[in-house]
Design a protein around this ligand. Structure first.
Ligand SMILES: [Zn+2]
Length: 173
């Protein structure tokens, strides 16, 4: 894998366990144990880090944007890295241009870091993540955590596949 300037991550199923989706409680959101180490190594290499996540729970009124921001601050503090969070709060029927598979969140990240598409990678666990990356013109890597194994038949062969994020540094060689 080439040395990307910017790596953008999906959240649920990529950085954090999926199980909390069955609860209405953000305090149950837990990161995979390897995430902090991976992010810290990338940050030490000078890679910029961002997250692009659909959080329609905001649009549904399950929780507020402030509560989601608080969760993200807690995660970033635990991981000990600087992360830029790009969030789509909308519902599937809202017709926004940011909800993945649309490319809006990824374009926000590229713009924020003044990064060319060729220098950025998106990592996620779903077909909609791959589609968003493709629409934005950036490379994609699939993780097999979260919904990744279910997405593999639709994506396999067109993307780098990682068992978990923990493999990322190895791939970078
Ligand atoms: Zn949106």
């Amino acid at each position: 894998m080439k040395p990307y300037r910017l790596i953008i991550f999906d959240r649920d199923g990529t950085l954090t366990y999926e199980e909390h989706n069955y609860h209405r409680d953000l305090s149950k959101v837990r990161p995979y144990p390897f995430v902090g180490g991976v992010l810290q190594r990338l940050a030490a290499e000078g890679v910029r880090l961002a997250v692009a996540t659909n959080q329609s729970g905001i649009g549904r009124g399950l929780w507020s944007r402030a509560e989601v921001d608080e969760l993200h601050n807690r995660l970033a503090k635990a991981w000990g890295v600087e992360l830029t969070w790009h969030i789509c709060p909308h519902l599937p029927g809202d017709g926004c241009d940011c909800r993945k598979p649309e490319a809006g969140l990824i374009r926000q990240s590229l713009s924020e870091y003044d990064c060319q598409p060729a220098d950025a990678l998106f990592i996620g666990d779903a077909l909609t993540d791959a589609q968003a990356a493709s629409s934005a013109g950036i490379d994609f890597a699939l993780v097999l955590t979260g919904r990744g194994r279910a997405a593999l038949p639709d994506i396999g062969g067109q993307a780098v596949v990682l068992d978990t994020l923990a493999q990322l540094e190895n791939s970078r060689g």
